[in-house]
Design a protein around this ligand. Structure first.
Ligand code: URA
Length: 435
C-alpha cells in the first residue's frame, strides 16, 4: 500500500477500507510515513469527513496501536466516564465514588490539565501523598476493594492518537468530528471498560460551542462506542458558566468533598447525580434513570459515597484526613477579593475566561512542563443569574503573589456582564443520548 494512494482516495471523498485504515495507523505508529503526508491526509479527512464504519475502524486501530487494558480480573461491570472538558469540572471525583457506592466498578485513567480546563490527575495530586502512577496489579486490587481507582494515563496508551493529535494541533484540523470522536473513543476502548458514559460540554468554556455541533459529536461517539461493542450513552450539559463554585485543584477537591457530604452547589450536585445515575443504568444495576437517581442520592445521604472516596484516596497513598478536615489541603497564601462594579444580575460569567484567570493565578499550565500551584484558584461567591450589589464580594482569588491576583482580577472582570434584567436560565442537562 502507498500513502499517496490513500491520500488520493480520501481527497476524492471515497471510503477507506478496513485494510487501508489498519495499514495507515500502523505506519503512523511506526513512523514509516512522513508528517507531511499524514498532515495532507488529515486535511482531506477534515474536508471529506469519514463514514461511521471508517470512524470505528480508525478508533479500533488507534486503540490497538498501544497497550489495551484487560479489566476482566475485576468482577462486575466496569463503567468509564468521560467529560469533553470544562471549567470547574470536578465531577469525576464525585461521580466515581457515588457510582462505586452503588456497585459500579470504575478503573479510570485520567489526564492532566492543559490550557483553561483542569485535569483530574492534577486535582487528585493536590491531596498530600496521593499517587496516580500505580502499577497495574495494585490498580486492579484497589478497584476490587473500593470499587474505584483513578490513575494517570499510561505513556503507551494510543500512541497513534498522540502522533495524530500533535499534527492536528499544528495543521488546524483538530475540530473534525470523526477525528475528535476517534481520538476520544480510542482511549476509552484501550482503557478497557464495558460501558462508557460521555459528558459532552456545550458553551463558552467547552470545545463545542453550538448545540447542533455538540449533538453531532455526542451521537457519533455513542454510535462509535456501540459499534465497537461497548454500551455507550451521552449527556450534553451546559458549560456556559463555570461548574460549581471552585476553580483550581485543591479548591475543587474541597468542593467535591462538600458535595459528597450532601451540601454545596445545587447545579454541581444535580449534574453529579445525573452522571452517577447514567453509570448505574449502563452497569445494569438499576432498571431506569429514576431508580438510579434515588440510589445515587442514597449513596450520598448514607455517607457511603464519601467513605468510598476516602478509601480510594488512602489506598492510593493519600492522606484521607485532609478530606475529613479540608482546611489541611493546600491553599495559596494571597487572598484577594473581587467586588461587583455595579448592581444588577450577573447575565454572563464566561467559563473559558474564568479558566484563563485561574491559570494566571497558577492553577493551570500553558505548556505541558509548567508547574502547578495546587492551592491556587478561584472561589465564586456569585455565578450567572445571581443578583449582586455594587461593591459586594463576588469571588475570592488565591495565588502565591498579589501581582498574580491583580492580573487575574482584570481578566476575571472581562468574563463578567451585569445587567438590570434577570437572565433566562439555561437548563443544565440539555440533551440525553442513549439513556
Ligand atoms: N480530546 C481528545 O482526547 N481528542 C480530541 O480530538 C479532542 C479532545
Amino acid at each position: 500500500m502507498r500513502m499517496y494512494d490513500i491520500i488520493h482516495k480520501k481527497r476524492e471523498g471515497h471510503e477507506l477500507s478496513h485494510e487501508e485504515t489498519a495499514w495507515l495507523v500502523k505506519a503512523v505508529t511506526d513512523g514509516t510515513v512522513p508528517d507531511y503526508q499524514i498532515s495532507a491526509l488529515l486535511m482531506a479527512i477534515f474536508f471529506r469527513g469519514m463514514t461511521p464504519a471508517e470512524t470505528v475502524d480508525l478508533t479500533w486501530e488507534m486503540a490497538r496501536s498501544g497497550d489495551m487494558a484487560d479489566l476482566s480480573p475485576i468482577p462486575g461491570v466496569k463503567v468509564d466516564k468521560h467529560s469533553t472538558g470544562g471549567v470547574g469540572d470536578k465531577t469525576t471525583l464525585i461521580v466515581g465514588p457515588i457510582a462505586a457506592a452503588c456497585g459500579v466498578k470504575t478503573a479510570k485513567m485520567s489526564g492532566r490539565g492543559l490550557g483553561h480546563t483542569g485535569g483530574t490527575v492534577d486535582k487528585l495530586e493536590s491531596i498530600p501523598g496521593l499517587h496516580m502512577d500505580i502499577p497495574r496489579e495494585r490498580f486492579y486490587e484497589i478497584v476490587k476493594q473500593t470499587g474505584i481507582a483513578l490513575v494517570g494515563q499510561s505513556g503507551s496508551l494510543c500512541p497513534a492518537d498522540k502522533k495524530l493529535y500533535a499534527l492536528r494541533d499544528v495543521t488546524n484540523t483538530v475540530d473534525s468530528l470523526p477525528l475528535i470522536a476517534a481520538s476520544i473513543m480510542s482511549k476509552k476502548l484501550a482503557a478497557g471498560a464495558d460501558a462508557i458514559l460521555l459528558d459532552v460540554k456545550l458553551g463558552s468554556g467547552a470545545f463545542m460551542k453550538t448545540l447542533p455541533e455538540a449533538v453531532k459529536l455526542a451521537e457519533l461517539m455513542v454510535d462509535t462506542g456501540n459499534r465497537a461493542g461497548r454500551r455507550t450513552a451521552a449527556l450534553i450539559t451546559d458549560m456556559d458558566m463555570p461548574l460549581g463554585r471552585c476553580i483550581g485543584n485543591a479548591l475543587e477537591v474541597r468542593e467535591a468533598v462538600e458535595i459528597l457530604r450532601g451540601s454545596g452547589d445545587a447545579r454541581l450536585t444535580e449534574l453529579s447525580l445525573e452522571l452517577a445515575a447514567g453509570m448505574i443504568v449502563l452497569a445494569e444495576l438499576a432498571p431506569d434513570r429514576e431508580s438510579a437517581l434515588s440510589k445515587a442520592q442514597e449513596a450520598i445521604d448514607s455517607g457511603r459515597a464519601f467513605n468510598v472516596f476516602c478509601g480510594m484516596v488512602s489506598a492510593q497513598g493519600g492522606d484521607a484526613s485532609c478530606l475529613e478536615d479540608t482546611s489541611k489541603l493546600p491553599l495559596s497564601p494571597c487572598e484577594h477579593i473581587v467586588r461587583a462594579q455595579e448592581s444588577g444580575y450577573i447575565s454572563a460569567l464566561d467559563a473559558e475566561t474564568c479558566g484563563l484567570a485561574a491559570m494566571e493565578l497558577g492553577a493551570g499550565r500553558e505548556s505541558k512542563d509548567d508547574q502547578i500551584d495546587y492551592g491556587a484558584g478561584i472561589v465564586l461567591l456569585a455565578n450567572k443569574g445571581s443578583k449582586v450589589e455594587a461593591g459586594e464580594p463576588i469571588a475570592r482569588l488565591y495565588a502565591r503573589e498579589e501581582a498574580q491576583c491583580e492580573r487575574a482580577e482584570k481578566r476575571f472582570l472581562t468574563a463578567l456582564s451585569i445587567e438590570k434584567e434577570r437572565p433566562v436560565s439555561q437548563p443544565l442537562i440539555i440533551e440525553r443520548i442513549g439513556i
